[in-house]
Design a protein around this ligand. Structure first.
Ligand code: AMP
Ligand code: ZN
Length: 131
């Protein structure tokens, strides 16, 4: 059983930000910034490719609601909303979840940088996606 399923079953402790019949939100054990929260369905669903549209809609709506709450209550100024899918993207717990990472200022020690490659062929890339 995965870590999040154990948390859902109360076999592992957690700090619950929100709970209903279908979803749970807990404080991330690593707290990238204060208030770092994970939102996930109670049902074991591996990732974005596996989740059905209805559950995903509810999950993202709840994530929006909790983002607003966490940012407001923590006096943050912004947030990064993040979903990692598969190991190549950094997914370590294979039970779908969104990270709510409140942001405060430039000294909050989070760096998310998008490298600017100098060489690429947009035409070729578009053909791969749409061709
Ligand atoms: P990801 O790397 O996107 O799969 O995110 C998994 C997250 O789960 C990481 O940020 C971990 O810090 C967090 N995590 C792992 N174990 C626990 C736990 N027992 N309670 C709360 N968060 C956890
Ligand atoms: Zn699970």
């Amino acid at each position: 059983m995965c870590i999040f399923c154990k948390i859902v079953n109360n076999e592992l402790p957690s700090y619950k930000v929100y709970e209903d019949d279908e979803f749970l939100a807990i404080l991330d054990i690593a707290q990238t910034t204060d208030g770092h929260t994970l939102v996930f369905p109670k049902k074991h669903i591996v990732d974005i490719f596996e989740i059905d549209d209805e559950t995903l809609s509810k999950l993202i709506t709840l994530t929006k609601k909790l983002s607003d709450k966490v940012v407001t209550k923590m006096n943050a100024t912004g947030l990064n909303l993040l979903n990692n899918t598969n190991e190549s993207a950094g997914q370590s717990v294979h039970h779908i979840h969104f990270h709510i990472i409140p942001r405060y200022d430039e000294s909050d020690e989070v760096t998310i940088s998008f490298n600017r490659k100098s060489k690429f062929d947009l035409e070729e890339i578009l053909n791969k996606i749409n061709g």
